[in-house]
Design a protein around this ligand. Sequence first.
Ligand SMILES: NC(=O)c1ccc[n+]([C@@H]2O[C@H](COP(=O)([O-])OP(=O)(O)OC[C@H]3O[C@@H](n4cnc5c(N)ncnc54)[C@H](O)[C@@H]3O)[C@@H](O)[C@H]2O)c1
Ligand SMILES: O=c1ccn([C@@H]2O[C@H](COP(=O)(O)OP(=O)(O)O[C@H]3O[C@H](CO)[C@@H](O)[C@H](O)[C@H]3O)[C@@H](O)[C@H]2O)c(=O)[nH]1
Length: 332
Amino acid sequence: MVERGHVLVTGGAGYIGSHAVLALRDAGIPAVVLDDLSTGRRAAVPADVPFVEGDAGDPALLAEVLERHPIGTVMHFAGSIVVPESVEKPLAYYANNTLASHALVEACLRAGVGRFVFSSTAAVYGIPGTLPVDEEAPTRPINPYGRSKLMTEWMLRDAAAAHGLKVVALRYFNVAGADPAGRAGQCSRAATHLIKVACEAAVGRRPGLLVFGDDYPTRDGTCVRDYVHVSDLADAHVAALRHLEGGGEGGVFNVGYGHGSTVREVVAAVERAAGAPLSVRIDGRRAGDPPELVAGIARITRTFGWRPRFDDLDTIVATALAWERRLLETVG
Ligand SMILES: NC(=O)c1ccc[n+]([C@@H]2O[C@H](COP(=O)([O-])OP(=O)(O)OC[C@H]3O[C@@H](n4cnc5c(N)ncnc54)[C@H](O)[C@@H]3O)[C@@H](O)[C@H]2O)c1
Ligand SMILES: O=c1ccn([C@@H]2O[C@H](COP(=O)(O)OP(=O)(O)O[C@H]3O[C@H](CO)[C@@H](O)[C@H](O)[C@H]3O)[C@@H](O)[C@H]2O)c(=O)[nH]1
């Protein structure tokens, strides 16, 4: 029997997927990337990692890739991620996040792929009633993006029960930062994520920054989020893989640090790292923003033994800013 030790990374040319590929490579685990380059970049995938350009929801392509490579695990990052866009184009989000995942799961079952690690999101919780929010909290997503991801979680849970697929769904909180060695980072055009936007402002790529609301019931009136370094998140994927390979049970796991920062604290951290003030304007609240979102992380630390290496806002921001400066030099 062929040893199925390779990992198929869908969306491996994107922000988080490219960091996961580096973490796998650093751990000596062979990976294959499947990405349609809709938002990803070919250059984000190391030259020695096999790359297939195409749709992660294309059954024929999936059958071919799973036939050609001894894939035992799929890490499924491919998807559409912009919340306001999901409100405008819900069907596109259900197609790319739910239907494509269905095709991928079917292909896995057909090819005998035993393990599946899914990129889910804190957006499945909607506006949580208690904080920190743990995995047993009710899931009440408030936008099509969150619903498209939750439907995939449910589909995977049912496929696990019926067909024995071993599934870990990781619910990421606010992902930020860049590979500390400068090998990867966030490249999204028209970025909307706070730390990315603030770093773009710090290097002069945009004139300034809007703070969406300063009248929330939080310590300084701005929203609190649990920012998690992308390399710690990538490590969580390797930990999930090891857990499943070792015969561990699947399930749903939050990935965050268990504490949060306000928008003002993030702005101050970027100003510290840049050594200069940012041009900041207070704007109205952004629709659908929960005042506070902080992960309960007892389950992931206990089950995987996952220990973050970069649990510090200044470190997250410093790596994000270093990447932004690098982008400015190389891409212009
Ligand atoms: N960035 C965050 O803060 C965040 C938070 C929670 C969850 N997530 C999830 O993490 C995953 C990765 O997000 P990201 O921030 O790296 O986004 P990204 O846009 O940088 O990466 C997504 C990648 O998937 C590819 N892709 C999209 N649809 C595809 C398809 N049908 N077939 C093949 N490739 C396809 C894109 O080209 C891109 O390379 C997503 O599933 C997202 O929902 C992200
Ligand atoms: O220019 C900006 C951008 C953001 N914010 C605020 O900063 C906070 C964080 O916003 P953002 O970085 O856009 O992240 P979220 O809206 O919290 O959502 C992210 O984190 C979720 C999980 O927590 C994921 O599901 C989403 O995919 C991901 O976009 C929020 O209070 C925003 O209102 C600003 O004030 N100004």
